[in-house]
Unconditional design. Sequence first.
Length: 81
Amino acid sequence: MNDKTVKDAFMEVVVNQLETGDPPETQATLERLMAAGHSNSEAMQLIAAVARNEMQAMLSMGRAFDNARYAKLLAKLPQLD
């Protein structure tokens, strides 16, 4: 799987989260980042990076999605850890 395919997949995750409103922190983060001057595309890319981070943690630690951790990482944006 090439890097563009991976990026597209995580952008799709963000789109899904926004469409379903789950988790609600995704929409709030998008709005906050755009209010801070980021374009929609930039904000979604930042959120996708956090989704990728959480997915990598899930796979490496063999655990389920941690909504609290995800929300905490979203709250730190635009800073990426």
